[in-house]
Design a protein around this ligand. Structure first.
Ligand code: NAD
Ligand code: MG
Length: 385
C-alpha cells in the first residue's frame, strides 16, 4: 500500500506536533512531505532532521539562513516567507494538507491546496469562518474532501457515517465552558492572561485557549459547522458539557440523536481525519463509565460570554460579518495576550468593529480580504496599537 504523504502547515503548533506523533506511531501509513512554521526555527529544524521532509517553510525570513545552514547536510528544500506557503501548497508531491496554521493566515495556503486537488484535514477553523462559502464551493468544484480535525466537527462527521441519505435536523456542539464557566462579568473584569490560559480539559495553542475562555471558540465552531455540513444557522446549537466526553451530537429527522464520545485527546480526531475512512488502532487511555459517573449539560450564558452572542449574530446575518468578527477577535486576543486590554474589552473591540465595517451580503474573495484588513486596522485603532 502507498503511504499517504502529509503536508503539515503549522507543524510547530499544538495540532502540528500531535499530528507528527500520530505519523511517528504509524510509519507504515504516513510520511511527512512538507512542514511549515512561522517563527519557531529550533523546533522546525528538529522536526526536519527527524522526519526528513521534501520541503519546509520558515515564515520569518530573518531565520532563513539559520535554518538553511542547520539542514545543509540534508536534501531538505528550505523556503521562507508568507508567499512560500502558497508556493509549496501548489506542489504536486503530497496527498493531504493538514491545515494547522492558526488564524486568517491559514486561508490562502488552504485555498491553494484545494485548487491543487489535495485532500484537506482541516484544523484551522478560521479558514471557514472567514470565507466558508468560497472554500467549500472550491472544494466541491475540485472534488476535494475537507475532513474536520476540530473535535466537535470530527464527532459530527463520525456520527454522519452511513447517514448520507438522511437529512440532519440539527447538530449540537458541546462546549466545556472553559476556565470561567459559571463566572459573572464582575469576576471577568479582572481576569489576566495567565488565568485565561488555564483550560480545564484541553492543552492547546494560546489563541484558541483564550477563545475557549471567552466562548468565542464555540461561536467560530458554529460557523465552521454551518459550512462543513451545509446547515442553516438555526440548525446549529450549543450545549455546555463540562466533562468534554461527548464531543458533539447529530439529531436526525426522526428525533434520534447520535453522539461521539471518548476522552478528550486531539490525537483521535487528527488520526481519524488522516486515515479516513479507516480507524487506526492505538493504546491511548480509554474512557471508563464507572470512573466518570456524571455527564452534565447546561445552557451557555450569553449575557456574560457576549463573544458567543456576537458570533451567533454574525452566523445569522452572514455575508462578510463572520470575517469581520474573526479579524477583530484576532486583534483583540493578540492584545489581551500582551496585557494591553482586559478580558471584557475584547468583546467591545469586536462589537464596535462589527458595526464599523460596511456589510457585504455576498462578498468575493477580494472583498473578504479587504474586510479582514479593514476590520484589523479599525480594531487596532480602538486599542491604540
Ligand atoms: P498553535 O498556536 O499551537 O500553532 C499554530 C501554528 O501555526 C504554528 O506552527 C505556527 O508556527 C503557525 N503560524 C502561526 N501564525 C502563522 C502565520 N501568520 N503564518 C504562518 N504560520 C503561522 O495553534 P494550535 O492550537 O495548534 O491551533 C491551530 C489551528 O487548529 C487553529 O486554527 C485552532 O483553532 C485549531 N484547533 C486547535 C485545537 C487544539 O487542540 N490545539 C483544537 C481544535 C482546533
Ligand atoms: Mg473544537
Amino acid at each position: 500500500m502507498m503511504k499517504k504523504r502529509i503536508a503539515i502547515f503549522g507543524s510547530t503548533g499544538s495540532i502540528g506536533t500531535q499530528a507528527l506523533e500520530v505519523i511517528e506511531a504509524n510509519p507504515h501509513l504516513f510520511e511527512v512531505e512538507i512542514l511549515t512554521a512561522h517563527s519557531n526555527d529550533e523546533l522546525l529544524i528538529q522536526q526536519a532532521l527527524k522526519f526528513n521532509p521534501n520541503a519546509i517553510v520558515i515564515g520569518d525570513e530573518k531565520k532563513y539562513a539559520r535554518v538553511k545552514e542547520a539542514l545543509a547536510a540534508t536534501d531538505v528544500k528550505v523556503f521562507a516567507g508568507e508567499q512560500a506557503l502558497e508556493e509549496v501548497a501548489a506542489f504536486d508531491t503530497y496527498d493531504m494538507m493538514l491545515a494547522a496554521i492558526v488564524g486568517f493566515a491559514g486561508l490562502q495556503p488552504t485555498l491553494r491546496a484545494i485548487e491543487n486537488r489535495k485532500a484537506i484535514a482541516l484544523a484551522n477553523k478560521e479558514t471557514l469562518v472567514v470565507a466558508g462559502d468560497i472554500v467549500m464551493r472550491k472544494a466541491v468544484e475540485n472534488k476535494v474532501p475537507v475532513l474536520p480535525v476540530d473535535s466537535e466537527h470530527s464527532a459530527i462527521f463520525q456520527c454522519l457515517v452511513g447517514e448520507s441519505r438522511n437529512p440532519i435536523e440539527k447538530v449540537i456542539l458541546t462546549a466545556s465552558g472553559g476556565p470561567f464557566r459559571g463566572k459573572k462579568p464582575n469576576f471577568l473584569l479582572n481576569v489576566k492572561r495567565d488565568h485565561a490560559l488555564q483550560h480545564p480539559n484541553w492543552s492547546m495553542g494560546a489563541k484558541i485557549t483564550i477563545d475557549s475562555a471567552t466562548l468565542m471558540n464555540k461561536g467560530l465552531e458554529m460557523i465552521e459547522a454551518k459550512w462543513l455540513f451545509n446547515l442553516r444557522p438555526e440548525q446549529v446549537r450549543v450545549v455546555i458539557h463540562p466533562q468534554s466526553i461527548i464531543h458533539s451530537m447529530v439529531q436526525f429527522e426522526d428525533g434520534s440523536i447520535k453522539a461521539q464520545m471518548g476522552l478528550p485527546d486531539m490525537k483521535l480526531p487528527i488520526q481519524y481525519a488522516m486515515a479516513f475512512p479507516n480507524r487506526i488502532p492505538n493504546n491511548f487511555p480509554r474512557f471508563d463509565f464507572r470512573k466518570v459517573n456524571t455527564l452534565s449539560f447546561e445552557e451557555p450564558d450569553l449575557k456574560t460570554f457576549r463573544n458567543l452572542a456576537l458570533a451567533i449574530e454574525s452566523l445569522n446575518k452572514g455575508g462578510n460579518l463572520p470575517c469581520v468578527l474573526n479579524a477583530a477577535n484576532e486583534i483583540a486576543v493578540w492584545a489581551f495576550l500582551r496585557n494591553r486590554i482586559g478580558f471584557l474589552d475584547m468583546t467591545d473591540v469586536i462589537e464596535k468593529t462589527m458595526h464599523y465595517v460596511p456589510f457585504i451580503e455576498n462578498p468575493t474573495l477580494d472583498e473578504y480580504l479587504e474586510s479582514d484588513g479593514e476590520a484589523r486596522s479599525y480594531a487596532a485603532s480602538l486599542i491604540q496599537l
